[in-house]
Design a protein around this ligand. Structure first.
Ligand code: PXG
Length: 454
């Protein structure tokens, strides 16, 4: 257990010794952080006694909120029976096997195998290893290039960050030279005078052009999120995914659907690829598979690839100490049990429609240029001028200001570029969504006032 300390003491220790992810260390050392001490249902509590409605499901992972006692019990029971054993060298464990089967049951047809990791980043590294191995085994070792998208997010290891298309990340490391980025289908930012449908097709056709440029015999895979999450809940126009699917099929390019955020209900179906009607060869998952209660990720490997991997001799020289960790797997089984038994995803349509409708009432707000989203996540673009889409303030300062106002009002949301992003737990009811929208509205008012636009 941790010791009793005041908020100031926790902050001082934190500032002295703890390097936080995606954080400006210098700035953080000067101001300290919020010490989150507890959570219940859809609320988080901090050491100053604030209770904050979590409009982000943790970090897009606690889709069932914070009070799922059966997941806690599954983890603690498993720790008592078998706290750890590895899945290397002809060994396996019961929770890993059971979770593998449970995942096969909930993923689309044609997915009958899983490779476990501890995170989404490692899962995407694994994807690269898998597609390279697949084409090597097929006698096409020159097929190594991977195409990805600008402003996509696929994780933070070197390989996953290379796949990602965040400029500010690429400035801090040297990316893999066989990863290439094409445009994102972000109509509000890049669509200009095109209709969303025209723009969606144009963005998809960049994949074809990139394959032509690199040579079809050299390209292994295309990776994308169904809806870009960390990039700002960017919902592609309806024309986008069918065209991407056509190109991948015609050109013998594997399609990787990174469902780390979209998986397990966020878009209104079990997986985002189902919502958009495309059929990937590999699915990356993490986050909500354990409702965020244990670190676990992995790759669902489609039959096309699994059959080749299993038809050849020779080991796949890849794995992690904790691949298929029993306690993490137990959390996954318990999470999938809740999702299946409660039918929460199958029955989510009504509450998701309500969330989207209520947020769209904010489209009339003077500083909101666009409200977009589907299922249980959405983004509001903040603008100074609705018709020209001129941004509210330079360097995304408007969104940061608005986020801080929202947190001050008891609502946790994210600022992504110039957008406010929310992805609340799927278990929210109408009243809780009303509270979320009301707190966000008040933050928008305060932000408009701050910039003299009200
Ligand atoms: N793919 C996608 C689509 C993700 O969203 C990862 C891979 C990497 O997963 P791990 O488990 O390695 O973090 C992610 C993670 C944000 C934010 O601020 C988003 C993520 C992680 C941290 C912050 O939106 N997504």
């Amino acid at each position: 257990m941790t010791q009793a300390r005041s908020t100031q003491q926790w902050q001082a220790l934190d500032q002295s010794h703890h390097l936080h992810p995606f954080t400006d260390f210098q700035q953080y050392a000067g101001k300290g952080g919020r010490i989150v001490t507890g959570a219940e249902h859809i609320y988080i509590m901090d050491s100053d006694g604030n209770q904050i409605l979590d409009g982000m499901s943790g970090l897009w992972c606690c889709n069932l909120g914070y009070s799922q006692s059966t997941i806690n019990e599954a983890i603690t029971n498993q720790l008592q029976q078998l706290p750890y054993y590895n899945n290397f060298f002809n060994c396996s464990n019961q929770p890993a096997v059971e979770l593998a089967k449970a995942l096969v049951d909930v993923t689309p047809a044609g997915f009958n195998h899983v490779f476990f990791t501890n995170s989404g980043s490692e899962a995407n590294d694994t994807n690269i290893r898998l597609v390279h191995r697949y084409y090597d085994l097929l006698g096409k070792p020159e097929k190594k290039h991977i195409i990805s998208r600008k402003n996509g997010y696929h994780g933070s290891t070197i390989a996953a960050a290379s796949l990602g298309g965040m400029d500010y990340m690429h400035k801090q490391f040297t990316g893999l030279n066989y990863v290439h980025h094409i445009a994102q289908p972000h109509w509000f930012a890049d669509g200009g005078d095109l209709s969303p449908e025209e723009f969606g097709l144009q963005a998809a056709k960049e994949l074809e052009a990139k394959i032509d440029e690199l040579g079809e015999d050299k390209v292994a895979a295309f990776i994308a999120e169904p809806v870009q999450g960390a990039g700002g809940v960017i919902v592609p126009p309806a024309t986008y995914w069918p065209e991407i699917q056509r190109i991948c099929r015609e050109r013998d390019i594997l399609l990787i659907s990174d469902e780390v955020i979209c998986g397990f209900g966020r878009t209104g179906n079990w997986f985002g690829c189902e919502t958009f009607g495309y059929e990937p060869d590999l699915i990356t998952f993490a986050k909500a598979v354990t409702n965020g209660y244990q670190p676990l990720g992995g790759v669902m490997v489609g039959d096309k690839i699994a059959n080749v991997l299993m038809a050849h001799e020779g080991e796949f020289a890849h794995g992690l100490t904790y691949s298929g960790h029993p306690a993490a797997a137990a959390a996954g089984i318990a999470t999938l049990d809740i999702l299946k038994n409660s039918q929460i995803i199958e029955n989510s349509g009504e509450i998701m429609d309500y969330f989207q409708q209520q947020l769209r009432t904010l489209a009339d707000h003077p500083i909101v240029g666009e409200v977009r989203g589907l299922g249980m996540f959405a983004a509001l673009e903040l603008v100074k001028d609705k018709s020209s889409r001129e941004r509210l303030a330079p360097e995304s300062a408007g969104a940061v200001y608005c986020r801080d106002q929202a947190i001050g009002n008891g609502l946790m949301v994210r600022a992504v570029g110039d957008a406010m992003v929310s992805a609340p737990p799927l278990i929210c009811n109408r009243e809780e969504i009303d509270t979320l929208v009301d707190r966000l509205n008040r933050a928008l008012d305060a932000t408009a006032g701050h910039y003299g636009l009200k």
